[in-house]
Design a protein around this ligand. Structure first.
Ligand SMILES: Nc1nc2c(ncn2[C@@H]2O[C@H](COP(=O)(O)OP(=O)(O)O)[C@@H](O)[C@H]2O)c(=O)[nH]1
Ligand SMILES: [Mg+2]
Length: 444
């Protein structure tokens, strides 16, 4: 009985809130809001006040990525969108809205809430803001006047493929090829996933065929569209303007992990791996613009760092991914070669494989949070701490073409490790040519 009442009340409240939101939306769009109303709906600290935003003609770039993509490819797509934003800002006052985290395929820890997670839980927002203006989605709702997105552009490839087998950069309005992930409701608004924000609506959805780098979208956003807020969906469709160039690295360096994650990772290094920044020569400056550790200056903690990707990487029987036995053999030989007595293992192995790995490598050290810690950190935070610890190892070995491993490479590059200690991966048990990862040098 009590539960039913509770539900009824909250549904009711939900409706009222909905009306209030629409009400505020109407006032703000007629441009006569007072500061106190805005304050009541402010979601967090922002470098822009809503009133100032309205008078500045701010435009908002939102984006989302294909649902099956994981955390670390999404981090790469952020870099592409940051580049697009920089291009857009040459001609207008654009702000990037950070797409909330959640409902990622790999984030399977049961019984913890993993939806509508703001970027601030994983990354330092002030660090991101030292590169480009960004706001969290809830701040967008507050400062743009409500949970309405003016225009969605769903990126897609060209139905006809590459004409004449020739690849060229181009972008065109085209009919949607696949069934839209958005549907029109009775009021004529579009509903969709919107990161779990159920009250969000879009006013218009169209498809855009695009092939090329992220900034080819800029003329479309600047000239063909006048909407204040534009969301680019399937943003992974467009590529980096210049992979591993200065702009790439500026944005990558600005993606400083949230402080609590770094602190927990550092504490774990000190307590379990005898690793501190001072001994390891891995000084860190939270102000990334001031950080320039020379290549080869970092020594790293006295342990081998391992990223052993399993799950979907072994289901396809890929020949570039080793068996557990093969991986442990390699781990042992690396420990011997580099005279390391400890090994830290980051892995997404399931319970069965983990048990097997523990039998084969009983001395391995792993970061295993309690349920209470997990509630604070979430699967994303645990993954970041795993990456942070691997990034500080004297020697690192990762898994072939895993973006999780790639992000560790970059972190080690930022810390100033000798590339020989970073760009290493496991070979498959019967792999013929085991090409090692490429060294991407930072451009400052
Ligand atoms: N904690 C932790 N999670 C991992 C590890 N390896 C993979 N995962 C999880 O699995 C996901 C893998 O997807 P993604 O980030 O796209 O990397 P990729 O698929 O390896 O390129 C990660 O985001 C994590 O959630 C690991 O070593 N530690
Ligand atoms: Mg993936």
């Amino acid at each position: 009985m009590a539960t039913n009442r509770g539900t009824a009340v909250s549904v009711h409240l939900h409706h009222i809130l909905g009306y209030i939101t629409v009400f505020i939306f109407v006032i703000l769009s007629s441009n006569s809001s007072s500061a106190s109303e805005d304050d009541a709906f402010r979601a967090g600290q922002s470098m822009f006040s809503p009133v100032a935003a309205a008078s500045r003609d701010v435009r908002y770039l939102l984006y989302d990525v294909n649902p099956p993509e994981g955390f670390n490819l999404r981090r790469d797509v952020y870099i592409r969108m940051a580049t697009l934003l920089k291009t857009l800002r040459k001609e207008g006052d654009w702000v990037l809205v950070l797409p909330p985290w959640g409902r990622l395929y790999h984030w399977q820890s049961p019984e913890i809430h993993q939806l509508r997670i703001p970027w601030g839980e994983f990354f330092s927002i002030t660090s991101l803001q030292a590169n480009i203006p960004v706001i969290e989605y809830e701040e967008f709702i507050a400062e743009s006047g409500g949970p309405f997105i003016d225009q969605i552009l769903v990126l897609q490839s060209y139905a006809e493929g590459w004409t004449d087998g020739k690849w060229e950069e181009k972008v065109d309005d085209r009919p949607c090829i696949e069934k839209l992930m958005y549907s029109k409701d009775k009021q004529g608004y579009y509903r969709g996933w919107f990161w779990g924000f159920e009250e969000t609506r879009a006013l218009n959805v169209t498809c855009l065929s695009a092939q090329g780098h992220a900034s080819i979208l800029a003329p479309v956003l600047q000239n063909n569209i006048t909407a204040t807020s534009v969301m680019v969906d399937r943003a992974e469709t467009v590529l980096h303007d210049h992979y591993a160039g200065k702009d790439y690295w500026d944005t990558r360096r600005s993606m400083v992990f949230a402080k609590h994650l770094r602190i927990i990772g550092d504490k774990f290094r000190a307590n379990h791996l005898n690793s501190t920044d001072k001994q390891d020569q891995t000084p860190y400056n939270e102000d990334w613009t001031q950080m320039k550790n020379p290549l080869g200056s970092a020594k790293g903690g006295p342990y081998l760092g391992v990223h052993l990707r399993r799950k979907d990487f072994i289901w396809g029987h890929r020949e570039d991914v080793p068996s557990l036995k093969g991986a442990v053999k390699k781990i042992r030989s690396l420990m011997k070669k580099h005279k390391l007595l400890q090994v830290f293992v980051a892995t997404d192995a399931d319970e069965e494989e983990l048990a097997k790995l523990k039998r084969l490598l009983p001395e391995m050290v792993r970061f295993e949070p309690s349920l209470e810690d997990l509630e604070l950190l979430k699967d994303g935070g645990v993954a970041i701490i795993d990456q942070w610890i691997c990034a500080h190892a004297r020697f690192f070995i990762g898994t072939s073409v895993s973006t999780f491993s790639f992000r560790i490479h970059e972190e080690r590059e930022i810390l100033g490790f000798d590339p020989k200690t970073t760009y290493n991966r496991f070979c498959g048990d019967v792999e013929q040519e085991c090409e090692q990862p490429t060294h991407w040098k930072i451009v400052y």
